[in-house]
Design a protein around this ligand. Structure first.
Ligand code: PEP
Ligand code: MN
Length: 339
């Protein structure tokens, strides 16, 4: 349930409400907004008598049940959009943040050339996989720590922040050491052990939508990370499996405004994995801005023909530069209607 405190409620009153919530067998989560504090009481079933009793406590304005199955990530609990800070970059503040880079970190020359090119064109965050979730065990699996070191070197050189995937609970610590944002790949969206472990991490997590995940499942996975203590979650729509085989996945653009209705978490769009086709990336990047995405993740490679993974969907640096120019008017136009 949600307990909305009066604007002038005191710390003692908030503490008292939290204690009563614990006494009733729920877990309190205090969410301090700009105007007022809201307390989410999470547990099994919101009993009517508990709601009535909480309503009568000093400092409480109102108490009501949370209707959605996901609680802490829902808009019911927090009306204001969450802003995730990564150094001086804000994701979810109404602006549009671009993350770009190769599918996999392949070596120094490749990652430095890509980092410099995407930084030059206006990307703020460098992507690149050091631990790769490959469909075939015979495919390149990533450079592991060597890849993380190269990403860190590219950050030093360009000032870009780094996002990279963590595949396994065992690697969380090492990836956390190097990365600015930890990425959970589509195949791991329901790896609950990993999600719980990432709830204990003090860095932002970008959670990609599972290949066949519904919006509800997606948000419940985000809820796992948040209930375990990490509120810094970014969602990423990266396409889902449908009957259509002309594209690698079907990029669900309706998910973006829908997620914006249902959750306060920022939403990023990945048209690279969403389509699997280089020629479709720029049009869908423009669409991502128009539907209210908070940013973009796109694959860029200095020479896609030679990429060790996902070459067909990777943009060349000049195409990426064009993408950045093309989205600019959309970013400027939409100021004022993004919720
Ligand atoms: C990736 O971004 O490198 C990736 C593997 O994407 P996804 O998990 O969406 O397939
Ligand atoms: Mn890829």
């Amino acid at each position: 349930m949600i307990i909305a405190m009066q604007a002038e409620s005191t710390t003692e009153e908030i503490d008292n409400v939290c204690q009563r919530i614990r006494d009733f067998g729920y877990m309190p989560h205090v969410i301090r907004g700009e105007e007022r504090t809201v307390i989410a009481a999470i547990g099994h079933g919101d009993k009517k008598e508990h709601i009535e009793q909480l309503k009568s406590l000093n400092g409480v304005e109102n108490a009501f049940p949370i209707l959605q199955p996901f609680k802490l990530v829902s808009r019911e609990v927090k009306k204001q959009k969450s802003e995730i800070r990564v150094g001086d970059i804000k994701i979810g503040d109404g602006g549009f943040v671009v993350m770009a880079g190769p599918c996999s970190v392949e070596g120094r020359e490749q990652i430095m050339a890509t980092a410099e090119a995407v930084a030059e064109s206006g990307a703020r965050i460098l992507r690149g996989g050091a631990y790769k979730p490959r469909t075939s065990p015979y495919d390149f699996q990533g450079l592991a720590e060597e890849g993380l070191k190269l990403l860190a070197e590219a950050r030093e050189r360009t000032g870009l922040k780094i996002i990279t995937e963590v595949l396994d609970t065992e690697d969380v610590e090492i990836v956390r050491e190097y990365a600015d944002i930890l990425q959970v790949g589509a195949r791991n969206m329901q790896n609950f052990a990993l999600l719980k472990r990432l709830g204990e991490v003090n860095k932002p997590i970008m959670l990609k939508r599972g290949l066949s995940a519904t919006i509800k499942e997606f948000l419940l996975s985000a809820e796992y990370i948040v209930t375990h203590g990490n509120h810094e979650v970014i969602l990423c729509e990266r396409g889902i499996r449908t009957f259509e085989t002309a594209t690698r996945n079907t990029l669900d653009l309706a998910a973006v405004p829908l997620l914006n209705e249902l959750t306060h978490l920022p939403v990023i769009v990945d048209p690279s994995h969403g389509t699997g086709k280089r020629s479709l990336v720029r049009p869908l990047a423009r669409a991502a801005v128009a539907v209210g995405g908070d940013g973009l993740m796109t694959e860029v490679h200095p020479c896609p023909e030679e990429a060790w993974s996902d070459g067909p969907q990777s943009l060349r640096p000049d195409e990426f530069a064009l993408l950045m120019k093309e989205i600019e008017p959309y970013v400027n136009l939409r100021q004022g209607f993004v919720s």
